[in-house]
Design a protein around this ligand. Sequence first.
Ligand code: SAH
Length: 212
Amino acid sequence: MDLDAEIQALARSKMVLLLRRYYGIRDERVLSAMEKIQRHLFIPEAFRDGADPYGDHPCPIGWGQTISQPYIVAYMTEKIAPQPSETVLEIGTGSGYQAAVLAELGASVFSVEIIPELAEHARAVLASQGYDQVKVRCGDGREGWPGAMPFDIIIGTCAPEEIPDPLVEQLAEGGRMILPVGRRIQQLVILRRKGRRLLQENALSVRFVPMV
Ligand code: SAH
């Protein structure tokens, strides 16, 4: 391994140590996916200089956007517990990192990003890392992805003021949705579809970029 690769690998181990020991993330599949995925490659090259991609904070990816803090990625993924061969809809592809974590767990991922340059970047880095089971579409995620529904999991990484109806309609029986909801103060909301009922749980208070 060259020196750079070795330094990145150490930074990943430290990140995972913190997730496990400080933040209490337990799901070994999530931890090993995050230990493996080269998060630094998901930062567009123009923004990599001086970035701290494995630090305990969100990381700028350009166009005013960020990859979520590693803890938030781990927490959301652990909460929805994707199983191999499940189908996931992600709103807000951004860098593509969260999509890679989901794909690493064996899910098929349909991800929507509204900024064309980020959609293009994410597509390229996901392909270069061999994640063929991720499809990225540029458009408004509020509409979901009708052609690929229903979804076992819907994950939002930008915050609407209210959950858009099409997303609820595209959630499969037994499916779960996790996304930040609210304007300035946001709550991470988890919805589970049980028959005709929707069970709602409010988790952490968070700050994500708005769903535009
Ligand atoms: N999951 C991303 C984090 C992205 S930040 C990652 O792992 O890197 C949130 C993203 O949501 C931004 O890229 C932003 O452009 C996008 N976004 C905001 N509103 C959107 C909308 N209506 N539809 C799709 N994407 C949207």
